[in-house]
Ligand binder design. Structure first.
Ligand code: ADP
Ligand code: MG
Length: 705
């Protein structure tokens, strides 16, 4: 691959600087070159596609009289005063006058050279954000140089950058990239265009967006509605659709064991043995999965279902199909508690049917682990449940055919690939079932998950009552404690989740320990347990067993219980410092209650910073929790608050996130790309390949996971 051919001006010895990058020791690269790589700007085309975040207008000089508050303005004026004051802190104060008005410039960090350049009587050209106020117009730390000189002909682009990479260097690099990159069209001629204003050529659009002429509406540039932007967004969305479709077609060429449902097999036996009947949604999804498994193409299915919808039993049924056909199944969960609980539940369901279940977690005793590994390798264990421990190198399956990943958003691409790699048979891939309680809104599903088949359990098991959620200030904590007492009296159980303290796990722990002590004291006669991630496994297990058995009334915990834990008798969830949690996380936590028939409640305790108020996003999150119990609605709001980057989490780490298109406002462009992609792949395979390569470079691998 050609990487950044040509020169970046201003750097010597850098012709073709990265062309042989793999063989160059890193230290021969300068700091800005390394920074470019860090930004993913390796090829000319990457630089050409690194579009401005915003623009600065250096094409004209503004009179101070006309400068509006908040505008970044370029002025030319004469210095009328220049002095250092010490109060309220040491700063350089410079007053300038351009004949229409005066302006005070403040510099908190400055050198003698500043004072020299800003001496009284000098004429300067300065740029900065204009603020009004009691003292008249001011500018903080404007940039400045001597007055005079040419004005820019185009708006000045401002690029996103990283430390060690100055705008000026980056601008020059972009120009070089733009001049050297192959910008020939990859869209097939004559494609219908989604924008009534017509299509710009890629070359024109890029040149324009990097250096727009001053007559253009800044608003259309900044909200990205300008036709040049539309052109780029279409290109980007098309690349994403093409690469996902390619991944899907490649997968369709792979082979997987065909697992046919047996009429009098384990599937039916498990159904009969369950203490409940499946919901319609579970039945439908079960059939969708069974149909996939019966094909010789590997399944790649995402199972979405709100918290408590009953995904585990669906996974167990799928496992029965595999086991009946003589193959093994693996179920991987993100935490030890969850894996342990799955194990207990599955053993309860399956061992009576004669299905051997093994389990693997990180902190297992050596002897037990060795025994489990042997069971897995010999094939005696038909189902293997565990944490990341399942994908470690020394774990050998006899014949894995189905891999289930619970809470899939908690795993990264590499981990999913590793699990897939546990299949031994040559040239074959296991079927993959990925489960999540974080539903993916439609637009995201259509773009980022376009290569997956999706099943949805859109119905909760019968008899559940909606959870009532309250937001309560931490000052009223004692009332909450009273309420706990009342719940326990009624034979119910309570979770108390301690705050998330991001900086320090140790603090998390202190906090949980303190709360545990407080509650034990406040609730005499009630068994209050403590659970946190650093406890030895045996101890965790013992605590969970006491809680599951209903002996323990209150479980104080750090966020280790976040996902999946299932104790139907628990009816009250208290989340302390709820303002520190993300929306999806709160929804997951709340989902620990409301699993039985009893009316359940969730109390979101919030603390305000000393004298302050909750931030707007924190308030929005808490409000959303009170407003709705619906996971899809929560996900939609979460997406709105956080944006797709964070929302998607691990699946997309390092993968091509959309940089330009916005899934909400550009959904018509997404529709266009979705319709075009299959045609283009069929009729113009070479153009398709070039298009994907141009936009995604080496990153499209991620989409295969
Ligand atoms: P999630 O989808 O969040 O993983 P679980 O699989 O843990 O949910 O199921 C939640 C609870 O509901 C479990 O106790 C499970 O046994 C129970 N359950 C699942 N399906 C049904 C059903 N159809 N009827 C009644 N209870 C069910
Ligand atoms: Mg679950």
């Amino acid at each position: 691959m050609l990487i950044l051919q040509g020169k970046v001006p201003g750097e010597r010895h850098n012709r073709c600087m990265l062309q042989n990058a793999p063989s160059l020791p890193a230290k021969t690269l300068s700091a800005p070159q390394k920074a470019l790589i860090k930004l993913g700007l390796k090829r000319d085309i990457d630089l050409a596609l690194h579009l401005p975040l915003r623009y600065e207008d250096e094409t004209r000089i503004v009179m101070l009289r006309d400068a509006r508050e908040g505008d970044t303005a370029q002025i030319e004026a004469t210095v009328t005063a220049c002095e250092i004051t010490q109060r309220p802190r040491r700063q350089l104060l410079v007053t300038v006058d351009d004949g229409s008005d005066t302006c005070v410039m403040r510099f908190f960090s400055f050198y003698p050279s500043h004072q020299k350049a800003l001496a009284v009587g000098n004429r300067i050209r300065a740029r900065g954000e204009v603020k009004g106020g009691f003292m008249g117009l001011t500018m903080m730390h404007p940039t400045f140089k001597a007055a005079g000189g040419n004005l820019a002909e185009a708006l000045t682009p401002v690029y996103s950058t990283v430390a060690g990479l100055a705008q000026a260097y980056l601008r020059r690099a972009v120009i070089t990239g733009l001049n050297h990159a192959d910008l020939s069209e990859t869209l097939p001629p004559g494609v219908p265009w989604p924008d009534p204003r017509g299509a710009w050529s890629l070359r024109d659009a890029l040149r324009f967006l990097h250096h727009p002429t001053p007559d253009v509406s800044l608003a259309a540039l900044e909200d990205r509605s300008h036709p040049a932007w539309v052109r780029l967004k279409c290109e980007e969305l098309l690349a994403q659709q093409l690469s996902q479709l390619t991944a899907k077609r490649e997968r369709d060429l792979l082979r997987a064991p065909t697992l046919k449902l047996k009429s009098k097999g384990l599937y039916g036996q498990l159904l009969k043995a369950l203490p409940f009947g499946l919901t319609n949604a579970q039945q439908r999804v079960g059939q969708e999965i069974a149909k996939d498994l019966a094909r010789s193409v590997p399944m790649h299915r995402l199972l979405q279902g709100d918290v408590g919808a009953g995904k585990t039993v669906v996974a167990a049924l799928a496992a029965m199909v595999a086991v009946d056909a003589g193959w093994q199944c693996a179920l991987m969960a993100p935490t030890e508690i969850l894996a342990t609980q799955h194990f207990a539940k599955l053993v309860g369901w399956l061992e009576p049917l004669g299905v051997k279940v093994a389990w693997l977690i990180g902190s297992q005793k050596k002897k037990e682990r060795a025994a489990m590994l042997a069971l897995i390798e010999s094939g005696e264990a038909a189902l293997v449940v565990g944490t990341h421990a399942v994908i470690q190198e020394h774990v050998k399956f006899k014949n894995l055919a189905l891999a289930v990943i619970d809470e899939q958003h908690r795993f990264g691409v590499a981990q999913r690939l590793a699990l897939r790699g546990k299949m031994q048979a040559d040239g074959m891939e296991p079927h993959m079932l990925m489960m999540t309680a974080t539903p993916i809104p439609r637009t995201l599903a259509m773009s980022y998950y376009a290569d997956l088949d999706v099943s949805v359990i859109d119905e909760l098991p019968p008899g559940r009552t909606p959870i009532v959620t309250r937001v309560v200030s931490d000052h009223r904590r004692h009332e909450v404690v009273e309420r706990i007492g009342a719940q326990i009296q009624q034979g119910r159980q309570v979770y108390w989740v301690c705050p998330l303290i991001e900086e320090s796990e140790a603090l998390d722990l202190t906090n949980a320990t303190q709360t545990h002590a407080d509650l034990s004291e406040a609730l005499p006669g009630v068994m209050v347990g403590l659970l946190h991630s650093r406890m030895p496994v045996a101890e965790k297990k013992a605590v969970m067993e006491l809680f599951t058995a209903g002996v323990m009334g209150v479980l104080v915990s750090t966020t280790v219980i976040e996902v999946g834990v299932d104790v139907p008798n628990a009816s009250l969830m208290v989340i302390e410092h709820a303002e520190r949690f993300g929306l999806s996380q709160l929804h997951q936590l709340r989902g620990r209650v409301g699993r039985g028939a009893a009316a359940s409640a969730c109390v979101l305790l919030y603390g305000t910073p000393e004298g302050g108020r909750l931030s707007e996003t924190a308030r929005e999150r808490l409000r959303a929790m009170v407003d709705t119990n619906d996971g899809f609605e929560i996900a939609r709001r979460d997406l709105e608050i956080r944006g797709p980057g964070e929302f998607l989490g691990a699946r997309q780490s390092g993968a091509p996130l959309l940089r330009f298109a916005d899934l909400e406002t550009d959904s018509h462009l997404l529709d266009w790309a979705r319709a075009l992609a299959p045609q283009m792949l069929d009729q113009h395979p070479q153009l398709s390949e070039r298009h994907i390569g141009r936009w995604l470079g080496g990153k499209s691998e991620y989409l295969k996971a």
